[in-house]
Design a protein around this ligand. Sequence first.
Ligand SMILES: [Zn+2]
Length: 436
Amino acid sequence: MGVVTEKHETIDASKALEGLRHIISKAISNGASDIHIEPREEFVWVRYRVATTLQLGTKLPSSSLKGLMSAGKKLASLSLSENSRPQEGEFDISLNNQDHHIHLSIIPVVGGEKMVIHLSPRSSDVISLEGLGYWGANLELIKRTLGHLRGFVVIASSDRNSGSLTLLGIINSVSHPSLKLAAVGDPWINHAQIANHVKVDPRKGLTPERSLRLIIRHDPDVILVTDLNDKDAAKTALEASEKKLVCVSLMAIDNVALLQRLSNMELEAGLLANMTRFAASQTVIRQLCEHCREAYTPPAALRKQLDYLAEDYTPKQLHELEQLAIRSGLGAAINEASTNAKEIIRLWRAHDGGCEHCLYSGFRNYTTLNEVLDTSSRKIQKCLTKSALRRVDIQEAARTAGMIPKHIDGIIKCLRGMVGIDDVLEIAKASGYVQA
Ligand SMILES: [Zn+2]
């Protein structure tokens, strides 16, 4: 896969603003989170990051650089004459019929200036739990729980973005004009319905716990707390969940690690077991471009790896899960199942060199691999009342509670042509399900 030069994209100074808007528009339609524009010896390199991967991107003539930097500075209201010091700014832009909030940073580098454009996640009104790859029984459990507007919901975030994405999906599920939503923490959870949003800032006396108490005084129906790692705030959040729906995110690689973290927070065990409704964990993963993805028969060595990864599932169980996924509309463009009751018939992979729809990368947009744990099961309840939990014990309890682990969700999404198996194996390695 080589870097592609798009001749028709040559940008001269007079058209630089239009050119930059075109680059941002391409990034948005590909689900990119950021754009990197930098000078190289013989060209300007424009690259897009989708999920965690920086794509190979496109080359533009070196003469485009000055125009693009000026266009970026104009959009973000920065000094046009400054080119030897870093500058940062923000602006809103309407593209593809949606409003987007953009953060732009320009730094001087050898050969000129480099620009990084960070796109806020797709405007929050289009982030739904379904759009984030939640399906079947998991989706039903989440929606059923949120309907009660009371209880403690814990979201594991394997990176800063992914937990916040699920919180946005939750907001959009519960969102109703008569409900009052409030948030503490990460300021980028911008949502029209969040009337109260307190940013944690200990220098101003706004500790996580104090911010939370301020919010509770305003009597919201739903409270969101991002990156909860303060014990006092966790205690206050749990107590508030007796009367309200409190959704919190914590840094943890999966649900098992999440429960371990919770058990170390010195919370009142009985209350934690009583009020916790579910735990969810997700990892953002790039999606295969549906215009150019290819089906293939997995070779023997890969089948062996898959057998090991899904050792708790018989081929028949995997087939049944895929049937459920089909009924839930997962990978709807592919009509036939990729499994039968005996084996995996085919998998899907990115086309080498991609196509024009995916900026020649083979990947377009992102989804998540996720796992949802129903915490009402007796074994999980028992776990929640103990401290210093062992990973192996929670794993066993989660299995008994019927949780489909993230890597199995990944295999199902591979079968439905949504993601590539190599990316799923990478995520499984990080969780310790396959050997690194
Ligand atoms: Zn493509």
